[in-house]
Design a protein around this ligand. Sequence first.
Ligand code: XIL
Length: 316
Amino acid sequence: LGLNDAAKAAKKLYFGTATNADQWNDTTYYDILKDDAEFGQITPANVMKWFDTEPEPGVFNFTDGDVIANFAKRTGKKLRGHNCVWYNQLPGWLQNGTFTRAELALIVERHCFELVNHYRGQVYSWDVINEPFNDDGTWRSDIFYNTLNTTYIPLALRAARLADPGAKLYINDYNIEGTGAKATALKNLVKDLKQHGVPIDGVGIQGHMIVGELPTTIQQNMEEFTALGIEVAVTELDIRFDALPPTAEGLAQQKADYETFVQACNAVPRCVGVTVWDFTDKFSWVPSTFPGQGAACPWDENYTKKPAYDGIIEGF
Ligand code: XIL
């Protein structure tokens, strides 16, 4: 029995992974990825982001995204769209441009509509908004907030709903795994959106964690989110070592941490599934972003399952 089998046996919709298609010529990688016992859902790690999908204003390119979407269709996996609006990985014309409020509002609306519309009927859930808050719960000062204040949020969500009424619309963020200022800010935003009739179906809890440093309030926090009338999903789970190589003790702690995180989702009925941000240390984003850190995934770089793998199974 694999990870997706375990998730489904626990009445979750899926266990999933992020992926990049340029990794698929590694046949060991590809065989594990496509195995329905392990993964019932995929998220494109990069190719549906703004820089790839609208490289020039009003010029859309879905070639790379389609490769991922077609693989999901062919293999019967659920697809998570990632993402519509994010301050990072923007095309140069947007990153370096100056726009009036009216201009940027149209740009955001057009991007969200065209992107979500292109994949209409193929996507279980969309990260419509990614990482809108600072860690202290204030709004991130990015091009969207600085130009449009908070109005870009309902604008993007409404455009996405219009484009694909069947897709679950999410706001996705990190450092909201436990209760605290950032999670509170997102809860207040969800309440406010619901009060104003803005479509919002879920919160994505990214889950980029450090071994031995999990908050103790993960389940309580998920319960507080779902009490607002939305679902939650763990969208980008990985649990890294901040010093390498891992010791045997460290690997046991990592196993316990994976189990704790999955167990929290398991205990919350409206936590719909868990996605890892790739499954092998060979292709993890961690070492390039956090130099000197890594070994964050359930499979090591040689595709040996780590204790973390069993932690996930035991968590469901
Ligand atoms: C990461 C990708 O995995 C990397 O390949 C890329 O260089 C940077 O972005 N939170 C997110 C993801 O929402 O989009 C990020 O993905 C990881 C952090």
